[in-house]
Design a binder for this molecule. Structure first.
Ligand code: FAD
Length: 298
């Protein structure tokens, strides 16, 4: 599935329903001007790969929140890429969420990833609901219906860190599907088998939506380990066995991280994944390298 100009009104759910492979990139709103420059440079370096869509995260804290819509709108206006805005329930009343939906509509944004968001204290701390707000992502999916939006949701290859069981986790995905979610994007996948397990559990409970696996290569072991722990998981031993011997050689470690991610992408596509969603961390090089290694059509 490739893209062309003037696509901001296209619905991602419709593209995925057509059955072609989707390749997408995720960015976050930078905190300062230097970060802004890096982001727009990366966006222009990734545009030639003709992604199916790109997405912009919604800041946990609040400071970068307005920027999500601003960046999403600018992508729609100044590039040929189809943007999606992430939106969370954290700290918002229904009135505030309604105002944001209005802003999205005026900006011409038709695609939204509806999330609960992490607790204000960070992943693993107790969830605090906002008086007058929404409790779960499924509530936000329902809330967003009727605005002509294509709504996607999060899914978790090994279950959400606070889910009491994998069965519960699958039922949560089903609730989001029943509320109107048209597709799901996963937390970064660490093993292709975990993704296959998620797809199987979703099918068993009748959550019949395309589930796009999230990809993040290991470029730096300490930061990858920290991110994996934040998601309540551990790095697979088979990955550590390949990466740990290279700990003192950053260039070799990076190359092995790209090789591991490329193999994972190949396994996921072979397992029938409807596409790949790259967590770019606002950089372009690793994604471009994996794209080249996969020999994807551009
Ligand atoms: P939910 O589906 O609401 O689930 C949250 C927890 O509640 C889970 O433990 C679930 O099992 C439980 N639960 C859900 N429904 C019920 C119910 N009815 N009864 C009992 N328990 C229930 N965070 C951001 O802040 N900004 C972003 O832009 C962002 N983008 C993301 C993109 C992707 C692709 C992914 C995978 C995650 C993203 N996150 C983002 C992180 C996400 O907000 C957190 O993982 C959050 O903790 C869970 O969000 P959710 O939408 O899955 O919530």
């Amino acid at each position: 599935m490739s893209q062309g100009p003037g696509r901001s009104g296209v619905r991602i759910g419709d593209l995925l329903a057509q059955g072609g492979r989707s390749f997408s990139f995720e960015f976050f709103p930078p905190k300062d001007e230097a970060g802004e420059e890096v982001l727009w440079r990366s966006i222009s370096e990734l545009e030639p790969l003709r992604p199916t869509f790109v997405s912009v995260t919604y800041g946990a804290g609040g400071t970068t929140r307005d920027r999500t819509i601003a960046i999403t709108e600018r992508i729609a206006r100044e590039t040929s890429m189809l943007p999606m805005a992430h939106l969370t329930c954290v700290g918002h009343t229904r009135e505030e969420l309604s105002a944001i939906v209005g802003d999205l509509g005026r900006a011409g944004i038709r695609n939204v990833l509806a999330l609960r968001g992490d607790p204000p204290g960070g992943p693993g701390t107790p969830w605090e609901s906002t008086p007058g707000g929404l409790e779960y992502a499924s509530d936000l999916v329902s809330f967003l219906q009727g605005h002509g939006l294509s709504v996607g949701v999060a899914a978790f290859p090994e279950g959400h860190r606070d889910a009491p069981s994998l069965d519960h986790d699958a039922r949560v995905l089903k609730a989001k599907y029943d509320a109107g979610a048209e597709f799901a994007i996963t937390e970064m996948v660490l093993r292709a088998d975990d993704y296959a397990g998620l797809v199987r559990r979703a099918a068993e409970v009748g959550a019949d939506l395309p589930i796009v696996p999230g990809i993040m290569p290991i470029l730096n072991l300490a930061s990858m380990r920290a991110m994996v722990r934040l998601s309540g998981r551990e790095m697979p031993q088979e990955t550590l066995d390949r990466i740990l011997p290279l700990e003192d050689d950053p260039a070799a470690l990076r190359a092995e991280g790209i090789a591991i991610a490329t193999e994972l992408c190949e396994a996921l596509l072979a397992a029938g994944a409807p596409g790949l969603h790259f967590y770019t961390l606002n950089r372009s090089r690793a994604t471009r390298e994996i794209f080249a290694a996969l020999q994807l059509p551009v």
